[in-house]
Design a protein around this ligand. Structure first.
Ligand code: APR
Ligand code: ZN
Length: 261
């Protein structure tokens, strides 16, 4: 995207943000690719290398072989407690620090919004969070840091040290219910928003993808920052087809300028 075009679009987005009272930011895996975490549906993404049909809770529970596969997917792609927030996460946290952000609703499990400085109670994680691993038998919760070294040492299917039970990352797998309270509150926030910004999502996985729809149906303005087209593009006031880091940095620079920060 030409810089000239980016600057014009970022300026329009900044105008909308300055005029908003209830801004909700909705993110997907595309906001974290610049932190080195692969997304799912871009070329080279997770679902190009692994079969999503293997990544279901029923399969996880049903066979050691499927658990082995799912721990490998996690280890190779998503299990990074080393990833750092990138310019896009930092820009979103800046909006919070300026008092312009109601909350973040994210499909991501990487904890990078919190690492960038958005408080936990303003981040609604629809698909869980990779920072913990649960024992499905005794309920014990392990920090990821206790399990990752075991995987790095070659353990393929880590089990519970307490009861030898089945360990599962605290994330939502296909076929699992999303955390009910989180989904309810996220829906409420989306419907109460007056401006809704989507960053880095194909908007093809439900019920998460209902969020921008709830917002627009309730009268909110929509901004989309995404490298590829989404089903909501034609309902957006601004669509920025650029990398999230540079786009959101330009947008927040515009907000600061307008607020005299
Ligand atoms: N800047 C802007 N957009 C980007 C960038 C970037 N640096 N990198 C990737 N994108 C865009 C891609 O073009 C794509 O449209 O982000 C989008 C990522 O889409 P998906 O890979 O489908 O990720 P997401 O929408 O979060 O997937 C939703 O699917 O598999 C499940 O549970 C998983 O939460 C995930 C859900
Ligand atoms: Zn246990």
């Amino acid at each position: 995207m030409e810089n000239r075009d980016l600057n014009a679009l970022a300026a329009r987005a900044a105008d909308l943000i300055v005029g908003s009272q209830k801004l909700v930011v909705f993110t997907g895996a595309g906001i974290s690719t610049e932190s080195g975490i692969p997304d799912f549906r871009s070329p080279g993404g997770i679902w190009e290398r692994f079969d999503p049909d293997d990544f279901t809770i029923d399969k996880f529970r049903s066979s050691p072989d499927s658990r082995r596969k799912q721990w490998r997917i996690l280890k190779e792609g998503l299990l990074t407690d080393k990833a750092a927030p990138n310019a896009a996460h930092i820009a979103v946290a800046e909006l919070y620090r300026m008092g312009k952000l109601d909350c973040v609703i994210t499909q991501n499990i990487d904890n990078l919004h919190q690492k960038a400085g958005v408080p936990d109670d303003r981040v609604f994680e629809l698909h869980g969070n990779m920072q913990f691993v649960l024992c499905l038998d005794c309920g014990r919760r392990y920090p990821l840091g206790d399990i990752k070294p075991r995987l790095d040492r070659g353990e393929e299917i880590p089990d519970c040290l307490e009861c030898r039970g089945m360990l599962k990352p605290d994330i939502v797998m296909f076929g699992e219910q999303l955390p009910y309270d989180v989904l309810q509150e996220a829906g409420r926030r989306a419907m109460a928003s007056d401006l809704f910004i989507v960053i880095g999502s194909t908007l093809v996985v439900y019920p998460a993808a209902f969020m921008p729809l709830y917002a627009v149906e309730a009268g909110a303005g929509l901004i989309i920052v995404n490298l590829s087209a989404t089903p909501m593009d034609d309902r957006a006031a601004v669509v920025i087809r650029a990398k999230a880091g540079e786009a959101m940095s330009a947008v927040v620079a515009g907000v600061k300028e307008r607020l005299g920060r």
